[in-house]
Design a protein around this ligand. Structure first.
Ligand SMILES: Cc1cc2nc3c(=O)[nH]c(=O)nc-3n(C[C@H](O)[C@H](O)[C@H](O)COP(=O)(O)OP(=O)(O)OC[C@H]3O[C@@H](n4cnc5c(N)ncnc54)[C@H](O)[C@@H]3O)c2cc1C
Length: 424
């Protein structure tokens, strides 16, 4: 009898963007949702804090108010710097995505989404660390073990668990789902700086070439960003991909300092006295580097399923989109009796993820391999950057921003390429 007790229809592990989005959409459909989070909000999360129109669309779907006076800084596009050229590319005008991006620190961004989930009806339990799955005799997950706020062990049961516990993927790992070594992964570090000059930039700034101050003319092996936050600070960081020879054997913090030391003095980034906090780093799991995305009563969402876009390192939008998709499929599945019919509905989750992102991620994985070779990257920068039309195409491709139907010629080419590529 005890076995049949359930504490929720769905347990969501982790209240990052993926978990909160899943919890919001589940609760909105009337399901009982338990959202378990090991930290307590507000809390820092290492990130670039940049949101493209893809992420803004997901925010709008959650009813989040993105108007200017609500603590956001709006951006109108991407400024690309490389090959001696600075190019400002506005986000495309599309039917299916807004034409602006946003920045906001994860300190309260994640809290905002968790609050939206709670307002929709989810029950959020903070300072609760999930320690592993509870399995039935067949090996199916029927709940989670956790330690609660007072470190007391708890067991919580539900017919479905959504693992949204981020890049460590501990929950998936406990079920034997390891990350795939043949898929791309990046490591990135970021630091906040006070910068009167750069803090209210209208563009997200992306550096595709980083030069060393220490060794003039030396190209550093990563890609950098400077994102204004509108609050007197900027988020500055750089990332290195595992296709680069420098991956894993470089001191990324030293490299960040070396790059910033060469930036114009009035930006304030060359002076360590303007740093706000320490540089912090984390990994970016890309291109579906952890599969399967559904097994034995567990759906993987966001970073836990390796869903960062290999083209641009964006992970928030994909965490939120996969959270929404997992929720929609869970709602249908749980309306069916347990057994074959429900499993058929749940198997639709990995299939739909593959259909939506598989071809695109496959191209992205190839892109990561290519740009890991400095000669190829330099050639592409030299011959691509001088051509704004080509770069507008590159922006659409890298940010995955096209209209699926009725778009322009660029949209049609990108959509055809991603349709034809075998799914990752
Ligand atoms: C340096 C850096 C810069 C980045 N910049 C950007 C950017 O500018 N834009 C962008 O879109 N993406 C960026 N990303 C990627 C982005 O941060 C992630 O893709 C995104 O946070 C994934 O969301 P998620 O909900 O899947 O996981 P997370 O945001 O990692 O959330 C996971 C949550 O689960 C909780 N949790 C973990 N384990 C447990 C447990 N056992 N029990 C309970 N709770 C648990 C964690 O506390 C956390 O709240 C960047 C990443 C890095 C490292």
């Amino acid at each position: 009898m005890v076995e049949d007790r359930t504490d929720a229809d769905v347990i969501v592990v982790g209240a990052g963007p993926g978990g909160s989005s899943a919890a919001f959409h589940l609760a909105r459909h009337g399901l009982r949702v338990l959202l378990l989070e090991k930290t307590e909000f507000p809390r820092e999360k290492v990130c670039g804090d940049g949101l493209t129109p893809r992420a803004v669309k997901s925010l709008i779907k959650m009813g989040v108010d993105t108007t200017d006076d609500k603590g956001w800084l709006r951006n109108r596009g991407l400024r690309v710097i490389g090959g001696g050229i600075r190019l400002e590319l506005d986000w495309p005008d599309l039917a299916t995505y807004p034409n602006y991006g946003l920045t906001r620190t994860r300190l309260d961004f994640d809290q905002l989404l968790a609050i939206a989930a709670v307002e929709a009806g989810a029950v959020l339990t903070s300072r609760t660390t999930v320690t592993g799955p509870i399995l039935d005799r067949s090996g199916r997950v029927v709940g989670v073990s956790a330690t609660g706020p007072d470190k007391e062990p708890v067991e919580l049961r539900a017919p479905l668990v959504i693992a949204a516990d981020g890049v460590s993927g501990r929950f998936a790992l406990s079920l034997g789902i390891a990350k795939r070594e043949d898929r791309p992964i990046g490591v990135a570090v970021r630091q906040y700086y006070r910068s009167d000059l750069r803090h209210d930039d209208e563009y997200l700034e992306s550096w595709i070439e980083l030069r060393s101050r220490e060794v003039p003319d030396k190209l550093l092996p990563g890609y950098g960003w400077i994102f204004g936050l509108g609050d007197g600070r900027v988020n500055v960081g750089l990332g290195v991909l595992n296709s680069s020879a420098a991956f894993g054997n470089t001191n990324y913090r030293t490299m960040l300092a070396d790059w910033l030391a060469g930036t114009p003095e009035d930006w304030g980034l060359a002076d360590p006295a303007n740093a706000d906090g320490k540089p912090q780093g984390a990994a970016l799991p890309m291109g579906f580097n952890r599969v399967p995305h559904y097994t034995r009563g567990v759906m993987l969402v966001g970073d836990s399923g390796g869903m960062v876009n290999p083209f641009n390192g964006e992970g928030i939008a994909y965490a939120m989109e996969s959270g929404e998709l997992a929720a929609e499929i869970a709602v249908q599945a749980l309306a069916r009796p347990a057994g074959t019919a429900r499993e058929r509905a749940l198997a639709h989750y990995p299939a739909e993820l593959k259909a939506r992102y598989g071809g695109y991620f496959r191209l992205g994985n190839l892109f990561v391999k290519l740009i890991g070779q400095p000669q190829i990257m330099q050639l592409a920068t030299k011959h691509g950057m001088p051509h704004p039309t080509l770069m507008r195409f590159v922006l659409k491709l890298l940010a995955n921003l096209t209209d699926p139907r009725g778009g322009d010629a660029m949209d049609r080419v990108i959509n055809a390429m991603t349709r034809l590529a075998p799914a990752a």
